[in-house]
Design a protein around this ligand. Structure first.
Ligand code: SME
Length: 162
């Protein structure tokens, strides 16, 4: 049965993941699992990572996720709320996705969304995207938690590439 935990308890659980993880991919898989299981309004949780190839524009590619499969597995940086967060390097919170013309629909049930960039040495390398079936689900404390998770991945990648 789902258990309600405080944001602080979830933060501690996620911090523990960073110690137990065997790779950045494993860390991302653990984070999406914890957030999806513990945060009852986080109905879709996933990472997109930027793929850069010399013969194409950079694109966000779907990585580890929990929730229903999305049709958006590759998103250009100038498209969607995901593209806006990656290209600006800023967290984007949308309280009502029907009012945001950038929104790319993933599920008809989605009402609100948060996207937080992941940085490595100051450069955006990907992002953590969360959808909720509830309007305005992402409050200040959620933003803090999701930014903590995205930073953990950035720090892990920095260490593993050092
Ligand atoms: N809604 C996102 C697309 C990704 S899905 O939500 C998983 C967007 O507008 O970029």
């Amino acid at each position: 049965m789902a258990t309600t935990l405080s944001n602080e308890e979830v933060r501690q659980e996620v911090a523990h993941c960073a110690q137990a993880a065997t790779s950045a991919q494993d860390l991302m898989a653990r984070i999406v699992r914890v957030l999806h299981e513990r945060m009852l309004k986080y109905n879709w949780v996933g990472f997109y990572m930027i793929e850069k190839k010399s013969d194409q524009a950079p694109v966000l590619v779907l990585g580890e996720f929990e929730g229903a499969m999305t049709p958006h597995t590759r998103i250009p940086l100038n498209v969607g709320i995901c593209g806006a967060a990656a290209s600006s390097g800023k967290t984007v919170v949308v309280d009502d996705v029907t009012q945001d013309s950038r929104y790319l629909a993933c599920s008809l049930e989605t009402k609100s969304e948060i996207v937080v960039p992941v940085f490595v040495h100051g450069q955006v390398v990907g992002e953590l995207d969360i959808d909720s079936h509830f309007p305005a689900a992402f409050k200040t404390e959620d933003r803090t938690l999701v930014e903590f998770c995205a930073n953990l991945v950035g720090q892990y990648l920095e260490k593993s590439k050092a």
